[in-house]
Design a protein around this ligand. Structure first.
Ligand SMILES: Cc1cc2nc3c(=O)[nH]c(=O)nc-3n(C[C@H](O)[C@H](O)[C@H](O)COP(=O)(O)OP(=O)(O)OC[C@H]3O[C@@H](n4cnc5c(N)ncnc54)[C@H](O)[C@@H]3O)c2cc1C
Ligand code: SF4
Length: 336
């Protein structure tokens, strides 16, 4: 770990202006990802701006009938909040599928969105990695890539620079729920629809998301519809706890008179960002839930998927997980 200065911010404006004046500084919230990366010399901030005293650890109703999660709410307090668990059980389930109880007590909602990939080569500074050091190459492409991406890996010119996945469980549920990220920068405030927050690697895999350097996440807005009746978060992993997803599925259905009115399906562990294709989800509208319908949606969602050897099994695994998660959401199958 290299030396750094430490400041404790006492207001959002003051945190943002400090960050804007020192572009190699970083915000620190729970520290559960950043400190690990600093210990491995992957992140080397010159200053840590501690944001834990900012008044962002609240949950409030929004004017649109949804909920606003303050960026400094811990993952545990969010998952167990009465309103969240009742109205957005998909989100509670996804958060509780992640990390461990101790980590969830420290990890914040803002930090969860910003956590970096778990690609082993990214953590190993002795290996080439385009995300850590742009232009150095991608060790995973030719190396052990069992946990890596199968969708959205190609840049527009069909070259491939990074096959890392976004590791968060919470973000997969937030993608399905179509949450909105609220941020403040030196210019003022703006909102970012969840689908536009994380990005595909393209030619610039070192950039994980569309947040500007001096912007602070202040809150995450959940829309009024939480799909609280028919939902499932299915996480497939090597161990049943304390492991990142190989593949995960957030499935949410709205049913009316036995037919599907609205469907949302977001995938984790398969791409650089939570993966959605709303045009494929829309094909379920008006259909009676059945395994055959879910199978054809699963095939369409995985169209164009590409394996790199060790991770090719994920293509079939993802299809089966989608069918299972949708079946659970439609209550064709008991939850597991
Ligand atoms: C052993 C282990 C297992 C884990 N397993 C899982 C898992 O299965 N599923 C899962 O989803 N996660 C898992 N995690 C990741 C964990 O959820 C994240 O580390 C955590 O959510 C990050 O939040 P934090 O508050 O600690 O962020 P920090 O470590 O404090 O910060 C992370 C990044 O976010 C930035 N940041 C923090 N807050 C803000 C803000 N408000 N605005 C702008 N930038 C900000 C920081 O500058 C930093 O770059 C695991 C972590 C560990 C260590
Ligand atoms: S997959 Fe991405 S993060 Fe992993 S080695 Fe390749 S460039 Fe680096």
């Amino acid at each position: 770990m290299t030396n750094f200065d430490y400041t404790r911010a006492d207001g959002v404006t003051n945190a943002v202006s400090e960050r804007a004046s020192e572009h190699t500084a970083k915000f620190i919230a729970g520290g559960t990802n950043l400190i690990d990366l600093m210990k491995e010399n992957v992140e080397r901030p010159t200053r840590l701006i501690d944001i834990n005293r900012l008044p962002l650890a609240t949950i409030a109703e929004t004017e649109g009938g949804g909920l606003r999660l303050g960026a400094l709410m811990t993952n545990a307090d969010t998952a167990y909040d009465k309103q969240v668990s009742k109205r957005y059980p998909l989100l509670s389930q996804a958060i509780l599928a992640g990390a461990s109880a101790q980590l969830r007590n420290m990890a914040t909602d803002g930090g969860n969105l910003m956590q970096r990939t778990r690609c082993y080569y990214f953590y190993d500074v002795a290996t080439p990695c385009n995300k850590r050091e742009p232009g150095s190459g991608c060790s995973a492409l030719v190396g052990f890539n069992r946990i890596h991406a199968i969708l959205g890996t190609e840049a527009p010119d069909r070259s491939i620079h990074c096959i890392a996945t976004h590791p968060s469980d919470m973000c997969v549920a937030l993608a399905a729920l179509e949450a909105v990220v609220r941020v403040t920068g030196s210019y003022g405030e703006r909102t970012i629809p969840f689908a536009e927050f994380h990005r595909l690697p393209g030619n610039t895999p070192h950039i994980d998301n569309t947040l500007q350097d001096d912007e602070l996440i202040t809150a995450i807005d959940l829309p009024a519809n939480g799909f609280s009746k028919n939902y499932s978060y299915l996480k497939l992993r090597d161990r049943t706890s304390y492991a990142f997803a190989l593949v995960s599925v957030a499935a949410a259905l709205e049913l009316e008179d036995g037919r599907i009115k609205d469907a949302r399906i977001a995938l984790g562990g398969v791409s650089h960002k939570p993966w959605r294709r709303p045009e494929v989800e829309a094909t379920l509208a008006g259909k009676i839930p059945s395994k055959a319908e879910f199978q054809s949606v699963a095939d369409a969602l995985l169209e164009g998927a590409q394996g790199f050897g060790h991770n090719t099994f994920k293509i079939e695994l993802a299809k089966r997980a989608i069918v299972r998660a949708l079946s659970q959401a439609a209550k064709l199958k008991p939850a597991s």
